[in-house]
Design a protein around this ligand. Structure first.
Ligand code: SF4
Ligand code: SF4
Length: 195
């Protein structure tokens, strides 16, 4: 080692060069805007495409959208959906889900079930705070899924619009609205594209 290099090494050791070099990075970041959020006091604004807890939705007249077709169950890669459907005795040919379960502990939030649903009865919401000490409460049943749907209806609709599942236009609303009407008692004229 040359004399110059040796002198430099001794000087650096005496002046704690490595420490000051590392502190330079710390000082630089002291004047940056923080990128962290003080959760739960501060919460991020989530995009409409966010995949949070699943919810079941109703039509505007509070009728259940779900027709118990089982397509979501078939599409789920995690096998965490169970639908039991029955025919509505008051409305022949009209089915509904008498029971609906989603084991949210197995859900991978892929959104395939939402895509598979022909009547947009399922949607994802921005709700993600459902951690618990009791794993058994994470088997969401029909009542809980509809409750989530009612509490987060705006976010669920935004999710469907953001993923092009549903369009926020009159013709689309007419079609969806016509779908669940009874075959015996039509209370609405058929939508324009079916008449
Ligand atoms: S989001 Fe994916 S994993 Fe979760 S229930 Fe739907 S299809 Fe199954
Ligand atoms: S949520 Fe949709 S896909 Fe699943 S059973 Fe109901 S109507 Fe069918």
């Amino acid at each position: 080692m040359s004399v110059a290099a040796l002198t430099k090494q001794i000087l650096q050791a005496a002046l704690f060069y490595e420490i000051w070099d590392a502190m330079k990075v710390t000082f630089k970041h002291m004047f940056h805007k923080p990128m962290t959020f003080q959760y739960p006091r501060e919460q991020r604004t989530l995009p409409d495409t966010h995949r949070g807890a699943l919810a079941l939705l109703r039509y505007d007249d509070h009728q259940e959208r779900c027709v118990g077709c089982d397509l979501c169950e078939a599409a789920c890669p995690s096998r965490c959906i169970k639908v039991i459907s029955l025919e509505d005795p008051a409305r022949p040919l009209q089915r509904f889900a008498s029971e609906f379960y989603i084991d949210i502990t197995k859900c991978i939030f892929c959104g395939y079930c939402v895509e598979a649903c022909p009547v947009n009865a399922l949607a994802m919401t921005k709700m993600y705070e459902f951690s618990t000490h009791d794993k058994r409460t994470l088997l969401f049943d029909k009542k809980r899924l509809y409750e989530i749907g009612e509490r987060h209806l705006d976010d669920a609709k935004k999710y469907l619009y953001a993923h092009n599942q549903e369009q926020n236009v009159e013709e689309s609303r007419e079609y969806r609205y016509y779908f669940p009407q009874s075959v015996l008692k039509s209370t609405q004229p058929p939508p324009k594209h079916l008449s």
